[in-house]
Design a protein around this ligand. Structure first.
Ligand SMILES: Nc1ncnc2c1ncn2[C@@H]1O[C@H](COP(=O)(O)OP(=O)(O)OP(=O)(O)O)[C@@H](O)[C@H]1O
Length: 300
């Protein structure tokens, strides 16, 4: 009852959006597709929700084949696309009623499933969707995707453009939906959200770079990682870029994350190099890799 993707490829003219992608999502799993804009996430969602046909490969959702049994899939999945999922000129209640009617159900019939989310926007039920805040739009879109009690839920970048508090609440909500037995495939460009999934696939340029639990992916980082800071950040990036012992150097918050191509490298070597290049207020410390670091390493 999960999702199975086997050797799926899809091109748009010259752009190969998905290149021979394969993975499985187990029933009841919260699975994340993590990757930057243009990685191919939306294309994959559209194939799995039967809105687009792949050039090659096979996929099933909740046990149904995306081509032969597309009607069953449409009845059993909920899809919250990244954009344009709500009717801006309809009110909150009208949007929800509309989606319920399409699926031959009513708000009352499945109210239990959406109650927790919907009570937060119910005070605004007569407001047009176009006039809601980002966080409220997101809650309405999720309610609409859930109103027919789907077995599998597809959420394409549900937290993009949403404030940090609403993002946190949203993920807590996903965890509760998962406990009700719903399989969830969610995409996000935010690496911190990746840590909240059971398993993740890192995706870039239509390729899957890695699939595993967030913990294993973090721990698979192959090098000693240093966080580096100095008074002049721009010069620091340039000097690290041209250092012969640099394997990688990229901005990470207020620091530069650095790895060396020399296995015996230590922090003192780097401090010495930076001092000899006129840097001041130098900080070099070993740091634990994050999922983003693994992603950067794999996509090199
Ligand atoms: N209809 C289309 N025609 C031509 N190229 C397209 C079309 N849709 C997507 N692409 C291209 O396919 C690639 C994958 O796009 P896709 O939208 O699937 O990525 P994404 O990871 O969802 O990113 P985003 O968050 O920007 O939507 C990109 O290079 C994109 O420009």
């Amino acid at each position: 009852m999960g999702i199975s993707v086997k050797n799926i490829s899809k091109s748009y003219d010259k752009v190969m959006a998905l290149k021979d992608i394969s993975f499985e999502v187990k029933p009841g799993e919260l699975f994340g597709l993590i990757g930057p804009d243009g990685a191919g996430k939306t294309t994959l969602f559209r194939i799995l929700t039967t809105l687009l046909i792949a050039d090659k490969g096979e996929a099933t959702v909740a046990g149904y084949n995306v081509i032969k049994e597309y009607k069953s899939i449409r009845n059993h999945v909920g899809y919250m696309p990244g954009r344009f999922s709500l009717y801006q000129d309809l009110t909150v209640e009208e949007n929800l009623n509309f989606f319920a009617t399409i699926f031959g159900t009513t708000i009352q019939e499945n109210y239990d499933l959406i109650k927790e989310i919907y009570v937060q926007i119910e005070p605004f039920k007569d407001r047009r969707a176009g006039k809601l805040s980002g966080g409220m739009k997101q809650k309405l879109a999720l309610s609409c995707a859930l109103i027919h009690k789907p077995k599998v839920l597809f959420l394409d970048e549900p937290t993009t453009g949403v404030d940090p508090v609403s993002r946190k609440e949203f993920w807590e909500m996903l965890k509760r939906l998962q406990k009700k037995g719903i399989t969830i495939l969610v995409s996000t460009p935010y690496m911190d959200e990746a840590a909240l999934c059971d398993r993740i696939a890192l995706i870039q340029n239509g390729n899957i770079l890695e699939i595993d639990t967030p913990e294993v992916i973090k721990n698979s980082f192959p090098k000693t990682l240093f966080k580096v800071k100095a008074a002049e950040t721009f010069k620091l990036i340039q000097d690290l870029g041209s250092y012969e012992l640099t394997h990688s150097a990229y901005p990470f918050g207020e620091y530069i994350h650095f790895t060396s191509n020399n296995v015996d490298f230590n922090a003192k070597d780097l401090v010495q190099y930076l001092e000899s290049n006129g840097h001041t207020d130098i900080e070099v410390n070993e740091t634990a890799p994050t999922i983003e670091d693994t992603f950067m390493e794999l996509s090199k």
